[in-house]
Design a protein around this ligand. Structure first.
Ligand SMILES: Cc1ncc(C[n+]2csc(CCOP(=O)(O)OP(=O)(O)O)c2C)c(N)n1
Ligand code: SF4
Ligand SMILES: [Mg+2]
Length: 320
């Protein structure tokens, strides 16, 4: 979710007053025609995202979608807003810069399991510990899809791929455990076939101030079909939703999950595949955006509250 801006925004035509705004419709948010394989789980994620944007009626000019590289990372192409398809594994640093420089924007980040837990795993840890404000959606398909079936950090042991023709032998990453240990302040898990649940998770992540991550099991029908059926009731599986505490002093509540309890979140993360779905952990630690605000403001005061453009011009003038 966005915060009040701390830097002078670039000089642009003022956005229309709220009452003069046109409604944000799916048509307005839709950009290119998605190029995923028919049946790919990522379509449902995109549809849910459109629905949330429409429901929440965000200011169109403040929507930013960013991604690394991968099938899932094509996401920004399909959203009509500010966006970038960036370097494989480097989307968190890009999103961090944008979020810190323009805290008034809604920074949404999308990517795959390879992008977020392999090449970009280190960046995820640092985005998490610094609690940089953004909503990060990881479309986990347990495989490298774009590059046509290599073992990913979440592939299960035994998975046969181009890099493990006799079956994967390495212990996979547990995304929930990694995110809890990293210090992410909103951590949830959902499934691409469960649109209502997915939308609820996106909205809750968006409403959270800080580094919010949703792992979404999103099937790659081409290179790892049916892997998420055990959590899909339409395919004979069971989609078990975390029952969160209601703090209603009932005996049943004793058994419900306290989302602020880190150890309880680890216990949920230990459950065997397909595990449970919903919010594992949430914590209201201050964001880096808010911690930086004070000294950005005092530094700005020292420059006579010059705009970014004026400061840049001054630097260029000094170089002449
Ligand atoms: C620096 C760099 N290394 C490797 C690649 C090749 N590459 C592109 S996408 C990808 C993995 C994609 O897997 P994932 O992030 O899980 O996304 P998916 O396609 O499964 O959605 C790799 C290894 C690259 N583009 N850039
Ligand atoms: S290769 Fe897999 S992840 Fe990529 S678009 Fe096709 S089904 Fe989706
Ligand atoms: Mg993948």
């Amino acid at each position: 979710m966005s915060e009040t801006t701390t830097t002078a925004p670039p000089t642009t035509t003022a956005p229309p007053a709220l009452e003069a705004r046109e409604k944000l419709t799916k048509k307005a948010i839709t950009a290119d025609h998605p190029t995923w394989c028919p049946g790919c789980g990522d379509f449902a994620v995109l549809a849910s995202f459109y629905k949330v944007l429409e429901k929440r009626q965000l200011d169109h000019e403040k929507i930013v979608t960013l991604a690394g590289i991968g099938c899932s990372s094509r996401f920004p192409y399909f959203v009509n807003g500010h966006g970038a398809h960036y370097i494989h594994g480097r989307a968190v640093p890009l999103a961090s810069g944008i979020s810190l420089a323009r805290p008034d924007l809604h920074v949404f980040l999308f990517g795959g399991d390879g992008d977020g837990f392999s090449i970009g795993g280190n960046h995820v840890d640092h985005g998490a510990r610094k609690n940089i404000n953004m909503t990060y959606f990881i479309m986990d398909n347990f495989v490298y899809g774009l590059t046509k079936k290599q073992t990913s950090p979440t592939s299960p042991i035994g998975f046969k791929s181009k890099t493990d023709p006799t079956g994967a032998i390495d212990q996979p990453v547990n995304p929930m455990k990694k995110l809890i240990a990293g210090g992410a302040t909103f951590i949830a898990r959902t499934h691409a076939t469960q649109v209502k649940h997915m939308m609820e998770m996106i909205e809750r992540a968006f409403d959270h101030q800080g580094f919010s991550v949703i792992e979404c099991l999103s099937e790659c029908v081409e290179f790892f079909p049916d892997v998420f059926d055990p959590a899909d009731p339409k395919k004979g599986g069971s989609f078990e939703v975390i029952q969160e505490k209601k703090w209603d002093n009932t005996p049943e509540d004793e058994l419900r999950h306290d989302v602020t309890d880190e150890l309880a979140a680890y216990k949920l993360a230990q459950l065997p595949f397909p595990g449970v779905f919903g919010v594992f952990y949430q914590n209201d630690r201050p964001t880096k955006n808010s911690l930086e605000k004070k000294w950005i403001e005092s530094s700005r005061e020292k420059t006579g509250n010059a705009s970014d453009l004026q400061l840049l011009q001054k630097t260029f003038d000094r170089m002449k």
